[in-house]
Design a protein around this ligand. Sequence first.
Ligand code: MN
Length: 254
Amino acid sequence: MAPVIGVTATLKEDTESVAERPLGRFVRTDLDYVEGVAQAGGFPVVLPPIGERRAAEAVIGGLDGLLLSGGSDLHPSHYGEEPIPELSVTIPERDSFEMALLEVALRRGIPIFGICRGMQVLNVGLGGTLYQDIPAQYGGDFLKHRQTTPKWQATHEIKVDAASQIGGIVEADEIKVNSYHHQAIRDLADGLVVSATSSDGIVEAVEYRDLSERWLLGVQWHAEAMRDAGAEHRSFFEAHVNAAERHALRRAAA
Ligand code: MN
């Protein structure tokens, strides 16, 4: 039985009204996340960012895995800071729902894969902090992490710790990735280890210190958009779906 993977979504304002449809707000997620899960053999379910704890408890009950997708900035109040002027759009409903979802998923031992914002949510949910804006706060030299070319094109390299779980997933110690972020991990949460960085020192991937204890991975680049660029990007979805399948089997046996 293929595992069911919840994929988080965003709320999107419609900026243009069309004849039969007035301006409104929509639940939306990039098809690449959903297809990434499906191609890896999972059943994707899109989770609308509505409600907090009770909604999170209710939806998690039907899931074997959780994919925290990319998107808007996480409000810095979630790591005890006031917003700086460079902070971009934040969506309170999404922040609250995903933080609740993460807490419930962690408690239940559900395998979690975070992409871009999703990796940052993982770090903050476990007690870490973020640079609200790399150019404003990182200091020193840094790469162009907000590329202006199509999302399937790699833009910078990352060094991968070959001994890490992620090193095993990508089977390389250096890979090329795309980059669409202006925020990054600042203080790493307890329990996480850095498994990849770019040449400027920005954290590009993290994992839980012991994946047999808790299956949890995060990548800063949009792996979902690079599935055709290389098997290393598809491998994350396969590893996540496999972990979710093992979790489902363990749960069925318990
Ligand atoms: Mn980057």
